[in-house]
Design a protein around this ligand. Sequence first.
Ligand code: SF4
Length: 207
Amino acid sequence: MSERYIPLAINGGISHGSWLKPNQLLALGEYLEEDQEIELTTLQQLIVKVPESQLEDAKKKFDEVGLKYYKVGNFVKSLRTCNFCKGEEEEGMPVAKGLNERIAGQEVPFTLRPAYTGCPVGCGEPLINDIGVMKKKDRYQLYIGGQAKGYNAKVGQLFAEDLTPDELYELVDKVLELYRQHGRKREKFPKFISRYGFENIREEVIV
Ligand code: SF4
């Protein structure tokens, strides 16, 4: 029987910009066929296909060299971030990492793109992603329903503001759970918001 290949989305994790180191590229090369094409996505991820029989070994190796790997398909993507140019703590990198750990890979009706930006300049483009987080002073603003692609491109709406990190995590969890429960199969998140109603979502998750 021929070997199955498992697609993984890979990046170097949340840091000051998107970087990969030579030892990370070498680790990737250990598990890929010589002529395999590697897709570089607009979300700054590499899509690779790892033989199923080597998947667990590959994951261990990727952990060792600091590569992050995510499932490909109808899941929450890894958090797109800005470059945290003003500093790790000031721009909330620990909160971005915490949010990413919590939501990346969660199953949803259709691929969902979250974005985070460390100040209102907005280099991480949170307003044109499904879920957008913007740090403002010591608190966080949450936007939902942005869409960058297609004729229906639009900016997200401000869903809640002045959130602490824990309030942000909890609210994002609740929004994702509602989408999971009531979203139709392959229904994009902005479409779900239009159908279900922005205000109805607010009423259900903000108590
Ligand atoms: S959003 Fe703000 S902190 Fe982040 S890279 Fe842009 S200017 Fe720097």
